[in-house]
Design a protein around this ligand. Structure first.
Ligand SMILES: Nc1ncnc2c1ncn2[C@@H]1O[C@H](COP(=O)(O)OP(=O)(O)O)[C@@H](O)[C@H]1O
Ligand SMILES: [Mg+2]
Length: 307
């Protein structure tokens, strides 16, 4: 192996480039957090709400965007930044932030059931809805919860109209009763559903995760990736051609951008080129990592063929 200082990589990532191929491929495929400009904005907004003084009507936030735009990633990162902590002296666990998933159906008792498991206290689900609600309320207080997050809020749309109304009442109850900011994350459909309740529409501020476009934020994302991926030669991800190819293949969806770059990076290791260039994306044999991307490509090809 040629000795190199891999100066195209950020200093802490340079040692990775010296690892063998299998290790580097595993590293590329591993889960990681990358702070994009929009994600940073969302986290700052969440921090701001967390430090909001308690008052009767706490502001609420709807984090919305298409599937794969990184909503759940942002929530997980925020949870890591504010973990639960156990006080040995008092024997009490405090949990500054509780994040729960929407149940598959928007049933009131399932919502409280999910909330209880998010609080680490899955209770007997045979209890009455009223009882579950009371247990949630008292736990949220005793654990000093300062923010409640509900992810995948669009799952409420799986319910009947009546179930959706009842679910919105639960949300309204939580927002009014707990005096903590309520954060909901979901798709644009979730936003439309929330807005059908005038009181909630009044309370919720919306934060949209925009799809990537050909601008400096995308350049930054691609250059961050070029600075961390353990390839031995400098990549050319900063060019307009590379940006256009990435946008063409991903329609600007965060998840697809990450998967695409990972795929071409692994390919660059396998074929020995050790760098990503605009040509890496032109490779016909590139197995597109996501079904959604393949489908889009096929539609594009069909359109071209039918012209
Ligand atoms: N900030 C980020 N850093 C690293 N990977 C990310 C980031 N945002 C999104 N991703 C990638 O996109 C995938 C989908 O993100 P996710 O948060 O599940 O989207 P959503 O909840 O909006 O549907 C993640 O599994 C991850 O691979
Ligand atoms: Mg999600």
């Amino acid at each position: 192996m040629v000795l190199s200082n891999y100066s195209h990589l950020l200093p802490v990532y340079r040692p990775h480039a010296a690892l063998d191929d299998a290790e580097r491929i595993a590293w590329i495929r591993a889960d990681r957090w990358l702070e994009t400009a929009r994600a940073r904005g969302a986290l700052a907004r969440l921090e701001d709400l967390l430090s909001y003084p308690a008052r009767d009507r706490m502001p609420c936030l709807l984090l919305y965007g298409d599937t794969g735009m990184g909503k759940t990633k942002i929530i997980r990162k925020f949870l890591r930044d504010h973990p639960a902590c156990f006080d040995r002296g008092t024997g009490v666990t405090s949990m500054p932030i509780v994040a729960m998933q929407m149940p598959a159906e928007p049933l009131e008792r399932d919502v409280y059931g999910e909330l209880l498991s998010a609080l680490g206290a899955p209770g007997p689900m045979t209890d009455s809805t009223y009882r579950l609600k009371e247990v949630c309320r008292s736990l949220l207080r005793s654990m000093s919860v300062r923010m409640l997050i509900i992810d995948e809020i669009h799952a409420m749309l799986a319910g009947s109209f009546r179930q959706q109304r009842i679910f919105l009442n639960v949300i309204r109850f939580l927002a009014n009763d707990l005096k903590v900011p309520l954060i909901c994350a979901g798709t644009d459909l979730a936003r439309q559903a929330l807005l059908t309740d005038p009181q909630l529409a009044e309370r919720f501020e919306a934060f949209h995760l925009d799809r990537w476009a050909d601008n400096s934020q995308l350049s930054q994302l691609l250059s961050s990736l070029a600075g961390i991926l353990p390839l031995r030669r400098p990549s050319e991800l900063g060019t307009a051609a590379a940006r256009r190819r990435v946008l063409d293949l991903t329609q600007g969806v965060t998840n697809r951008v990450f998967r695409l770059i990972e795929t071409v990076a692994v390919e660059a290791i396998c074929n020995g080129s050790e760098c990503i260039t605009a040509d890496s994306f032109a490779n016909d044999e590139l197995v597109l990592p996501l079904v959604s991307m393949t489908r889009h490509m096929e539609r594009g090809l069909q359109r071209r063929a039918s012209r």
